[in-house]
Write a protein that binds this ligand. Structure first.
Ligand code: DGY
Length: 320
């Protein structure tokens, strides 16, 4: 009997065709609607492999109802949506899709940085809403990016790619990371700073750290209070790293100048979220890796990881 793969989101046929040739592929046939938990629970009962996205919460309960499950391939570099400890305990391999999305995510981080600094989305709204009545001396004035200090929290592959871009803008780059990156420091000319010092010195603070117990609420009232009043906070990592209530207060009270957010604690972010009422916040719907080339490359990696495990090979990107 063929092994079964359950895919939690509708994917392009070209991506699943090679899997269909060897396995039984079952798929949630919606592209923009999450698979309901009861459907997921039912489907995993017969699944040998599970293809997930970051919107699927893969708990121990889900895994224990899947007696044949050998691999969970997550279509993302982050895997905080999966209880990896439970997977380990149950002998289920978990894979992710690093590297292929590094440059694309760094591009988006920079797009968000520039958009926040120069009020791009706000300016477009002004024009479209018919509020552009005349050129005005201080209208929609923002913050300069060139020559500013950029503080990167989480200097992994994506952090390094963003730091390289910052050099093109003559920015002074600081970083905070669990471990020092001495080779990269030398190669790209950025400097290590402790978190508080980075927050105090930076004009832009860009978060790339993964969401873990250690990084949850890492940026809250105290940390926001250390930042410059002219500074902009950018989060393209995971929502839970920044305390959203504290960020709202800091933006509202003018403790910091602005924020750019591609990620939220709850996604999709509810439209009545207080942060969405502020003009000094630029928001995006979690599109860090969303280029056609990169998303297809990520899908290829997932496809390969599943084939490897189901055919008895060790896949490349095992997170646990
Ligand atoms: C990731 O890969 O973790 C992104 O956040 C999803 O594109």
């Amino acid at each position: 009997m063929k092994q079964t793969i359950f895919i939690t989101r509708k994917l392009p046929e070209e991506v699943i065709q090679p899997l269909r040739e060897k396995f039984t592929v079952r798929m949630w046939e919606e592209e923009e609607i999450e698979v309901p938990v009861d459907v997921l629970k039912k489907e995993v009962q017969q699944a040998d492999a599970l293809w997930t996205t970051i919107s699927d919460q893969i708990t121990k309960e889900i895994m224990t109802s899947a007696p044949n499950l050998k691999v969970i391939a997550n279509l993302a570099v982050g895997f905080n949506n999966i209880d990896v400890e439970a997977a380990k305990e149950l002998g289920i391999t978990v894979t992710n899709t690093p590297d292929v999305l590094t440059e694309t995510t760094a591009d988006l981080a920079f797009a968000l940085l520039l958009a926040s600094a120069r009020r791009i989305t706000e300016a477009e709204r002004v024009l479209r809403d018919g509020k552009w009545t005349s050129w005005a001396p201080m209208q929609l004035t923002g913050m300069d990016v060139f020559g500013a200090t950029l503080g990167i929290i989480g200097m992994g592959r994506i952090g390094e790619a963003a730091a390289k871009r910052a050099k093109g803008f003559d920015m002074n780059v600081l970083y905070y990371n669990r471990t020092r990156k001495l080779e990269a420091e030398e190669k790209y000319g950025f400097s290590y700073a402790e978190l508080d010092s980075l927050l105090q010195q930076s004009d832009f603070v860009l978060i790339f750290a993964p969401l873990t117990e250690e990084t949850k609420n890492m940026i809250a009232k105290r940390e926001l209070g250390l930042m410059k009043k002219t500074a902009i906070l950018l989060n393209v990592a995971r929502g839970g790293i920044v305390n959203e209530q504290d960020l709202y207060d800091a933006l509202k009270n003018g403790d910091i100048w602005g924020a750019g957010l591609d990620v939220f604690e709850t996604e999709p972010v509810p439209l009545n979220h207080p942060l969405l009422t502020l003009p000094n916040v630029t928001v995006l719907p979690h599109i860090g890796s969303a280029s056609i080339q990169t998303r297809l490359a990520m899908m290829k990696m997932n496809q390969k990881a599943i084939m490897d495990v189901l055919e008895g090979r060790v896949p490349k990107n095992v997170v646990i």
